[in-house]
Design a binder for this molecule. Structure first.
Ligand SMILES: [Fe+2]
Length: 478
């Protein structure tokens, strides 16, 4: 705590002195930043707010309401009792990186044996979290060491789960998958219980969510069916990266009392590059290219390449804000080809074979293919997972997870017309208005930002074609 206070003072001093900044400086609490990052750019003038993460200051979960430009957090749960830290502890126990790979555990959970809804690990994990009727919860701290040690899983937790911590390269067994499934189910049940209580306390129809746990798309997809909320909004950068937006909005709207004037329609807030910049990078790197005359030619050729099962690096416009590539820094491929998951993993992604690839679907087709009605805005940000309708399971085999669900991205024409038109063009070839969309990066690297990043990624993988705005580059075969 003393170190933290000193740092805070140092930051204030540095800003004042080095940047010669003369205005006021505010420190916005972590969960208030999360709450603001969800509510103040949402479409709602009134909403219930729930924030859930590992921990920020001392808070791990908070709820309250937002009205106009004001936020009122009315209750919180404090460290060490944390859904996020429970999830991270089991992530570490299963041999994955904490604060990094929690979403992989969510993906792995679909392979768990949960035929009777509950497996033995569910019963065991239930012992270490006590969830009360009012939605508050407590971890049994004798199973945890994260509050004083660096390592997350304790010896007692290993005893409870009857096995050692999995080493990162160790084979994933059915037992590991069952533990992931148990954890995911407990997380979902806890969130639903908390939300039912939030509804009772706030009586709002609209709900906004933030914090790292709000990126759990599997649980997000179940909220409207299991609570009384009618509408849901989740800011696409829901974890700590997006808290920066919340802090800025909170100062502007709530402290300085400016009216709200920003509703986030899309997350294309990052840098973009001109045609000249791209051309000069290609020429500097001595890359042969073809330039499309217009967008019609661009989407026609790209759709055709995808239909021919080529893997395409797709780089257009402004980069996405947040952890998901949503069609501007994406790798795109044919979801109808049952081999495409394997091809993508071999050619470029080199990632764990259990992880699914997600479908980008034109918004008006989403309810036709997926059980996602009524479609909510977070589905445009890949923040909700839904079952695929039975009759389409065989049509898009490579964009479906093992439990026949998909973390969809619904494309609204007004937010990304080029991408929308490309998918519609692909439909002309395949009859399916859906593409596989995965982030444009290789394992262990961030999503590409600049044309040079895209070119580097293209060179070190076997992506067949790279499209930088209107420039087409083909991989030279030796
Ligand atoms: Fe956080």
């Amino acid at each position: 705590m003393p170190l933290w206070l000193t740092e805070k003072l140092k930051v204030r001093e540095t800003i004042k002195k080095k940047l010669k900044f003369k205005g006021d400086i505010f420190f916005i609490e972590h969960h208030l930043s999360h709450a603001a990052s969800a509510f103040l750019c949402s479409p709602f003038q009134e909403a219930a707010i729930l924030t859930i993460d590992g921990v920020g200051e001392w808070t791990t979960t908070a709820f309250g309401t937002g009205t106009g430009n004001k936020i009122n957090l009315i209750k919180e749960i404090r460290f060490p009792h944390s859904i996020g830290l429970l999830y991270s502890t089991i992530t570490a126990y299963l041999g994955f990186r904490v604060n990094n790979s929690e979403y992989k555990i969510m993906g792995l959970s679909a392979y768990g044996n949960m035929n009777k809804k509950r497996n033995e690990y569910y019963e065991k994990l239930k012992k270490i979290i006590e969830i009360k009727e009012d939605g508050s919860f407590k971890l049994d701290m004798k199973y945890f060491v994260f509050h004083y040690a660096e390592k997350m899983p304790s010896r007692k937790l290993c005893e409870l789960l009857k096995g050692k911590i999995r080493k990162p390269k160790e084979k994933l067994t059915q037992r590991h998958k069952d533990i992931a499934a148990a954890l995911q189910l407990i997380t979902e049940e806890t969130i639903i219980k908390i939300l039912n209580n939030v509804f009772e306390k706030t009586k709002k129809e609209n709900l906004v969510l933030a914090g790292g746990v709000a990126l759990n798309s599997v649980s997000n997809g179940k909220i409207l069916k299991n609570t009384k909320f009618k509408n849901i909004w989740i800011q696409p950068n829901a974890s700590d990266g997006g808290a920066s937006l919340g802090a800025a909005l909170y100062v502007f709207n709530s402290i300085l009392s400016n009216a709200r004037n920003y509703e986030m329609q899309n997350d294309f807030l990052g840098p973009e590059y001109s045609s000249e910049e791209i051309k000069s990078i290609l020429e500097k790197n001595k890359i042969n290219y073809f330039k499309f005359k217009n967008e019609t030619e661009l989407i026609k050729k790209t759709a055709e390449l995808i239909y021919q099962n080529k893997v395409v690096g797709w780089f257009q416009g402004k980069m996405e804000f947040g952890p998901r590539a949503l069609g501007n820094r994406s790798i795109i491929a044919n979801p109808c080809n049952p081999e495409m998951k394997k091809i993508l993993n071999e050619k470029v992604k080199h990632r764990e074979s259990f992880r699914p690839f997600a479908p980008a679907v034109c918004k008006e087709n989403a309810v036709q293919f997926f059980e996602c009605s009524p479609l909510q805005k977070p589905a445009e940000f890949m923040l909700m997972t839904f079952p695929v309708k039975k009759e389409f399971e065989k049509k898009i085999p490579s964009a479906i997870h093992v439990d026949n669900t998909s973390r969809i991205q619904a494309i609204d024409k007004k937010n990304n017309e080029l991408y929308y038109n490309l998918i519609k063009e692909f439909e002309k070839f395949s009859g399916i208005p859906i593409l596989i969309n995965t982030s444009f990066n290789v394992k262990g690297e961030p999503i590409v930002c600049s044309p040079q990043d895209a070119l580097n990624c293209f060179m070190k993988t076997e992506i067949d074609f790279l499209i930088l705005e209107k420039y087409l580059i083909e991989k030279k075969k030796n």
